[in-house]
Ligand binder design. Structure first.
Ligand code: GDP
Ligand code: MG
Length: 172
């Protein structure tokens, strides 16, 4: 029987960058153009097969990005094994917000936390891109973060993002 490992994952990032949509795509393979915004935080789980012997179960805390919920975030990242910090490639200030979340994680979260930066809404790249991929890539490299551009809408790199994280987690 394969062994199953459980990891707590937290999603952080500005409101409307697509955190809930990424989770919905990953967990249910669905997308919704008119998602209601998250209140407080939502909890979902998804299990991925890493290889014949190993399954990784993600316990996902999808937080609300609004400023009024900011004080709740430490509750969700404090015991997290991994974090996905999301920005929107059409909104440069959402990358600045992502960087501030990453600084907070680096100071306050578990020192072994695996952090991934996700540039979401990649499906809008040809018409509305406002953050060059290279700029985010360079920042992620400097901070030793996993990095992918994703689209919850067309599925680009969503399962790949969680697979990258799973492969970085301690599997013993
Ligand atoms: P959250 O506040 O970060 O959880 O963001 P939501 O998941 O609620 O998404 C905010 C809005 O962006 C919604 O209208 C979504 O349909 C839209 N959205 C989310 N992901 C994508 C994406 O990858 N591409 C596009 N074009 N729209 C997206
Ligand atoms: Mg949400």
């Amino acid at each position: 029987t394969p062994k199953q490992l459980q990891f707590k994952l937290v999603l952080l990032g500005e409101s409307a960058v697509g955190k809930s949509s990424l989770v919905l795509r990953f967990v249910k393979d669905q997308f919704d153009d008119y998602r209601e915004s998250t209140i407080g935080a939502a909890f979902l789980t998804q299990t991925v097969k890493l290889d014949e012997q190993t399954q990784v179960k993600f316990e996902i805390w999808d937080t609300a990005g609004q400023e009024r919920y900011k004080s709740l975030a430490p509750m969700y990242y404090r015991n997290a094994n991994c974090a996905v910090v999301v920005y929107d490639i059409t909104q440069p200030q959402s990358l600045e917000k992502a960087k501030s979340w990453i600084r907070e994680l680096q100071r306050q979260a578990d020192p072994n936390i695996v952090i991934a930066l996700a540039g979401n809404k990649a499906d809008l790249a040809t018409t509305r891109r406002a953050v060059p991929r290279e700029e985010a890539e360079r920042y992620a490299e400097e901070e030793k973060l996993l990095f992918l551009e994703t689209s919850a809408k067309d599925s680009t790199n969503v399962s790949e993002l969680f697979a990258l994280i799973a492969r970085k987690l301690p599997l013993e």
